[in-house]
Structure formats: structure tokens, C-alpha cells
Design a protein around this ligand. Sequence first.
Ligand code: ZN
Length: 112
Amino acid sequence: MKGQCHCGAVQITVPEPPEETLHCNCSLCRKTGWRGGFWNPDVVKIEAAPEMLNSYVQGDKMITLWNCKRCGSHTHWTPRTAPPDRMGINMRMFDPDDWQHLPVREVDGASL
Ligand SMILES: [Zn+2]
């Protein structure tokens, strides 16, 4: 399954769709319009020139959130102190037909 940011500077490849997508009510997910999917970083390919990626670290500093410097799309996050076997990708970077039929897990991140 292949996805990309709006301008195409960041290309994302994963071997298969996730079993479910995550919809979270925390402030970061709300403001970025995030819809999450989890994968092991070993199977994810992120292709982008380093100067095209902007990083954002906040709050508990558990993850780094990445966005495209040109179009601003929030593409993925990588673990900092969070468990290293999991990273998140914004499902909105993929074609809706590839994931909108998947079950949605509501996450109450605002209360964590
Ligand atoms: Zn872009």
C-alpha cells in the first residue's frame, strides 16, 4: 500500500493495511486531523529528502511527529521514548478506498 503527502515530497510504503485505524481525541490528533495506523518500523518505507521533513516533539516527548515542509501534511510519527517496535502513519496519506472500510478504534487520548 502506497501513500504520499499532498505535494508528493514524502512517499510512504507499507506491506499491507492495518487491522484497524485509530481515531483519537487528544489535542494533537484533533488539530492535525490525524487518523492513525500502526506498523513495525522495520516494514515501513518513508522516502523523502531530509530537508523536506519537519519534526515536532511536544508534551511527554514520547514520539516525534513528522510533517512535509512544503505542503504541511502530517505524515507519520516515530518513537522517541515510546516502544521502538511501533510507529504511526496518518491514514489520510493513503487513498481512502484503501482504509476507510477498516474498523475504527476510538482512543480517549485527551484523558491519558
Ligand atoms: Zn508534501
